[in-house]
Every structure is written in C-alpha cells, then in structure tokens.
Write a new protein. Sequence first.
Length: 218
Amino acid sequence: MATLLHIDSSVLPVAESASRQVAETFRKAWLEQHPQGRIVYRDLAVSPVSHIDAAAQHAGYVDPAAHTAEQAAAFAERRELIEELEAADAVLVGAPMYNLSAPSSLKAWIDNVVLMGRTAMGAATVAGKPVTVIASRGGAYGPGTPRDGFDYVQNYLEGVFSMMLGMEVDFIVPELTGAPVDPKMAELLPLFEASRELAHSRAALRGKELAAQAAEAA
C-alpha cells in the first residue's frame, strides 16, 4: 500500500485557495489510480508545527540515548515529522507565495524535517522520493514580467528538496490568482484561467502517474 504525504500551508480555505484546489485535484487523481493508497495529511494553517528551538536543534546531533529530558521532549515532534516524510512514497506540498516567499508555517515544517546526517546531505534517507509542489501566486514572476527575479518560493524549495534532501521535485505553478478579485488585473483574467486549467491538468496527470508508480513498487 503506497503512502502520499500531503502538506497544505495556505491560510485560506479551499474555496479561496488556488494551492489547495490544485492539490485536491492531485489528491483525487492519486486515490482514483490507487484506491487502497494511504494519505497522511497535515494542514499547517490549522495545526502548525513548532518552530525549531535550541533544544530541538541540539537534539538532532546527539544520540537519542543521551538526550536530556528537555531534548527528548523537543525532538519528539521532529522525529514524528521526519518519520512521516521517510515513510511516504510521494509528497505533495501546497506552497502559496506570501510576500515573495513561502508561508512561515511551511518553513517551520521544513526546518523540522531537514536533519543533517539523516534526511539531508550525505545519508539522505528521503533521496529519490518524488515531491510535487503547488506554487501558486497572485501575480506572475516569469522571465519578461515586471517581477522577474522576485520569486523566492521556487528557488528556495528547489534548493531544499532537490539539493539538501535529494528528492525529485516537480513544480506546478498556478499564477495570476489575484485576477478574479483585483479589478486592476481584470485584463489578465484569460491568462489566469489558462494557467489554472493547465495547473489542474498537470496535477491530475502527475497524481495518477505517481500513484501508479508507487503502487507498482509497493
């Protein structure tokens, strides 16, 4: 039985969140392809994980048998999050752009699961796992746009998932999501709709592909 780890970080409900909507398309396609599959879901906006403190940081570099009571308590959540990531056959991450970067709740989750000598660099227990990132944004940040070069979501997450964790990362980018609600962007509605349609199409295809691969390997 294959496992999908699904992480949402948008502060908005599904009806208002492009990243949640596209992630739902992926998730439904995954289940249609692999009905017996297991989904582990974390909504970081509803149930945020703890930010790393000194005890949790130091505990990552100490043999668990030598943990102090404070370190053991602080490391318990990190261990749970790391083990979820290690047990997953595929990972789905909703990462809307907030103020040019990813939500702080997602950064907190990443800081917990990145552990040198285990999940990151060298040993990399999660190396090779596929991770699909739904990187939604209200505007457009591609080459030729006025905001070209100001996308700190994809560059950051590419570095974390690919370089540090050794995972196989794929981005699906629904953009111009502000067009339906911002009168100043009204002329961009056709581009928004095309981007949305492409994002849902890619999510459905990717969900089915990864579910089939995971089910075959399970």
